[in-house]
Ligand binder design. Sequence first.
Ligand code: CAA
Length: 380
Amino acid sequence: MIFELTEEQQMIRDAARDFAQNELKSGVIERDEHQKFPTEQIRKLGELGFLGMMVDPKYNGAGLDTVSYVLVMEELSKIDASASVVVSVNNSLVCDGLEKYGTEEQKEKYLKPLAAGEIIGAFCLSEPEAGSDATSQRTVAEDKGDHYLLNGTKNWITNGGTASTYLVIAQTHPEKGHRGINALIVEKGMDGFTVGPKENKLGIRGSDTHSLLFSDVRVPKENRIGEDGFGFKFAMKTLEGGRIGIAAQALGIASGAFELAVNYARERQTFGKPIAQHQAIQFKLADMATQIEAARLLCLKAAWLKDRGEPYAQAASMAKLYASEVAMKATVEAVQIHGGYGYVKEYHVERLMRDAKITQIYEGTSEIQRMVISREILKD
Ligand code: CAA
């Protein structure tokens, strides 16, 4: 067993760390406060190849492994989880799904600009009445011969306003249940497709979350991903990879808060010495460091399995479940260590605490991860 990163992986991690420090950090408080999407930063991330990290270079991707993706997600998320969720969704839920299951024509037309970061994508599964219970899709894609007629509403869609390409999950054959669901590529600007208002969120406020409305949108048949009825499996398989990205995001939020807490504890004096010399603080730091390291190992293990082509659904859910819990705990402790300073925006930890919460909700709540893990344990 080798725990060492390759030279290339270290270089990529360092590049992401530099980018986060030099490009993401300066405006992050303002973007959070004003719910401002990091447009310029995402453009630069695209130029660096971070929006199509694992895609084959022949489709404009960087051709890197999932371990590198985890390293990048951790570094970006230490500083700006609003930017990193864009990276995660574009890489895992959009590019990865299109590369694995799309046709050559779909890859030429959609994957290439997505992987190059020229446009960004969105993954549209959740609905007002189908969040965790994802088989209960109400959005309908009626088969009209050469096209589908799409009607319905999607909720809480990351990149909802800024995306150009949307992978939309919809029901075509209700009598077949989840086996009647399709995944369609929908373009912004198609007649009948409207982006609803932006959500005013607790955390990841710089990201762009919208509802989407489809009213008699004609989607050509060639925009269906996979065979008729493959849409639910497409969503589930794609989410497996997505959960590694969000696990790494949670890890980054936790380790970002931890680094801030360590620095603060070294500087802040109480009772005549730095608070780092008080055992109450040392114990908190020791617990945080131990939990963060365990979360990191789970993330890397899931990524390693994926890179080896082995089943990784359970490992991805374990990583996401655990890392998101660690993100909540570590950020709450980081605020506590900062005392009153932790409660104001300039010290960053209150934002990380707010950002941490979403990692227990999106791409499957903690309860969904437990379902996935326990099903794997109990299956014959
Ligand atoms: N891979 C392949 N197929 C899978 C699968 C997987 N990982 N998981 C389930 N399936 C298949 C099953 O085999 C079954 O197919 P068959 O009947 O043909 O065998 C079918 O899907 C239905 O499976 P279940 O009976 O297990 O379905 P269920 O309704 O009991 O539960 C669930 C499935 C795991 C709970 C699923 O609904 C789920 O993951 N829900 C959470 C959805 C989610 O993560 N939403 C996040 C939205 S995206 C997002 O948040 C993005 C963002 O903006 C950042």
